[in-house]
Design a protein around this ligand. Structure first.
Ligand SMILES: NC(=O)c1ccno1
Length: 229
């Protein structure tokens, strides 16, 4: 049963990259199906309006609930997970990507402006799994880029999508901490040599060096991921 993904957005063209590379191959192989829906197709006024001023005042505009209800109803099933990208959401992570990779149906609601009327989340929450997710502590212009990131991080974990599942084993955020640095040919580049141990053929020494490098890198870049932190 392929993972089905429906993306609802006012900028369908943002998702053209999903036809390329690994994401494109995953769809061609039938492991994943991805459909992009223009929210404006679900409006009923001649201006195809999708936003209005916020109740309670404040800057910016809020996306009105009606088009969202129509659009989500057009694709939702009782197996759906509705994902709303928002800086106010729970933090998306590799474990969350792994959960989503094993879902049946994901619906991404890409908000813009000041976001989507909260009643959309409130309406679907008692009916299906609803997740407000953030890809980091910063604010984007909308949920589209966050959706692209979450789709790519999740789809690559769908069994069969990556040619060599081994490459999932040692990557950052799969193991505790971040991954060791990688090197390839040439052995010397602009006076910089590849660490000698990597050319030694001693697999135990290479494994030990990589574990040490992972700890050094994690300590420097992401001490919050160190065991016990
Ligand atoms: N940080 C985020 O995930 C986000 C989503 C929309 N704007 O920011």
């Amino acid at each position: 049963m392929p993972l089905r993904i429906d993306v609802i957005t006012i900028f369908p063209d943002y998702f053209a990259p999903l036809q390329l590379s690994l994401m494109g191959k995953a769809q061609q192989s039938g492991l994943v199906t991805i459909a992009i829906h223009d929210l404006r197709e679900f409006t009923s006024d001649r201006h195809r309006s999708v936003d209005d001023t916020p109740y309670g005042g404040g800057a910016g505009m809020v996306m009105t609930p009606e088009p969202w209800g129509q659009a989500i109803d057009a694709v939702v099933t009782d197996q759906s997970t509705l994902i709303v990208p928002t800086p106010a959401g729970k933090l998306f992570s590799q474990p969350v990507a792994a959960e989503l990779a094993h879902s049946t149906h994901l619906i991404f609601a890409c908000g813009r402006y000041e976001g989507i009327d909260q009643r959309v989340v409130e309406y679907y929450r008692p009916r299906i799994d609803v997740r407000e997710l953030s890809i980091g502590d910063y604010v984007l212009a909308g949920g589209d880029v966050a959706t692209l990131a979450m789709i790519e991080a999740s789809v690559r974990l769908v069994p069969g999508v990556l040619g060599n599942p081994e490459s999932l084993v040692e990557e950052s955020h799969q193991l505790p901490g971040v991954e060791y640095p990688s090197y390839t040919k040439p052995p010397t580049w602009r006076g910089l040599d590849v660490p000698e141990v990597l050319l030694s053929g001693h697999h135990d020494q290479i494994a030990r060096w990589r574990a040490e490098q992972s700890t050094i890198r994690t300590t420097h870049n992401r001490p919050d991921l160190l065991p016990g932190s």
